[in-house]
Design a protein around this ligand. Sequence first.
Ligand code: HEC
Ligand code: HEC
Length: 309
Amino acid sequence: MRFAILAFLTLSALLYAQNEPIKPIPKKIDYDRKKAELGKLLFHDPILSKDRKVSCATCHDVKRKCGTDHRRVSVGVEGKKGKVNAPTVLNAVFNFRQFWNGRAKNLKEQALGPIHNPIEMAMTEEEVERRLNSSPMYKRLFWEAYGVREIKFEHVIDAIVEFEKALITPNSKFDRYLRGELKLSKEEMEGYELFKRLGCITCHNGVNVGGNSYQYFGAVVPVRWNPDNPDRYKITHREFDKNRYKVPTLRNIECTYPYFHDGSADTLEEAISKMSYHNLGFKLKREEVKKIVAFLKTLTGEVPEILKK
Ligand code: HEC
Ligand code: HEC
C-alpha cells in the first residue's frame, strides 16, 4: 500500500512537471447531430413537466445564462422552491460524476433525476411517453433519429444526453494560451500564478478546472453544517462526508453566478475570498482577488456549436 502511494506520488509529480495542471477543452466532440438536435428541442420543451411550465432550460438556460438560472436556488413545477443552486450544464460531460454530491454516475443517470423529482418536473415515464407519442412532430423526429415508431422513455433520455454532450465551450482565452496561440495579460498571468501558488489548483484542475474529485467546503477553516446540504453525507451518512462535494467546474465561471451549492455568494470576488479563507486559510488582499478574477475570466469559452444559428 505504502509503496503504491509512493509510486503514485512520484508518477504524479513527474506528470505534473511535464504538463500544465489544466487541460484545454477539445475543439470538437463526437455526437450524433440528429439525436442532439432532437435533444435540444426536448431540453427546451415544458411538455416534460407535470404542469407543462418547466423545461430543463428553465433552470439551465444555455442560451442566455451559461447553463444556469442565476437564482440562489431553483424553482420547479407549481412554483415549488428547491434548496439547491443549479450548476451549469455546460461542459458537464467532462465531470466525473453528476450533481453536487455525485449521486449520478453519468449524464444518463442524471437526466432521470429532474424528470421524476417532485419539485422539479414531477413526471412518470408513462406520462412522458404518452404525451410525446401523441405529438405527430415528435413521432416524426424520433422516427428520423432512432428509427422507432413508438417513442420510449429511454430514447428521450438518450436524445437529451446527446444534446448535453454537444454543450462544450472550447477556445477560451486560457485554452488558447495553453495551446501556445496567445499570451495572457500581465494581470491574468499573475492571477493564474496565484491560483497555483495558493493551492486552488489542487482541487480545481483538469479539463473542467474541477469536476474530477470530492472535496470539502471548509477544508482548513470549517463552515457550519446544514442538514439541507446536498453533500456526500446525504448519500453515505458518514460524518466524514459532511460539507463534502464534487468540486464544481470553474469553466465560464464569470457567468454562472450566484456561487456555491446554496447560491450564497453573489459575486466572484466573494466566492474567491471565501474559498481562499475556508479552504486554504488565506485572507486575500483586494489586489490578489482582482488578479484571480482576471484569470478566471479567461476560462470563458465559445458558445457551443449546437446553439449557434
Ligand atoms: C427546477 C429546476 C431544474 C430543472 C427543471 C432541471 N434541473 Fe438540472 N439541476 C437543478 C439543480 C438544483 C441541480 C443540482 C441538484 C443537486 O446537485 O442536488 C441540477 C443538476 C443538473 C446536472 C448536474 C450538473 C453537475 O455539474 O453536477 C445536470 C447535467 C442537469 N441538472 C441537467 C438537467 C436536465 C437534462 C434537465 C431536464 C431533463 C434538468 N436538469 C432539469 C435544477 C433543475
Ligand atoms: C480543498 C479543495 C478546494 C480548494 C483548495 C479550492 N476550492 Fe474552490 N471549491 C471547492 C469546492 C468543494 C467547492 C464547492 C463548495 C460549495 O458549493 O459549497 C468550490 C467552489 C468554488 C467556486 C464556486 C463555484 C460555483 O460554481 O459555485 C469558486 C469560484 C472557487 N471554488 C474558486 C476557488 C479559488 C479561487 C480557490 C483558491 C483561492 C479555490 N477555489 C480553492 C474546492 C476547493
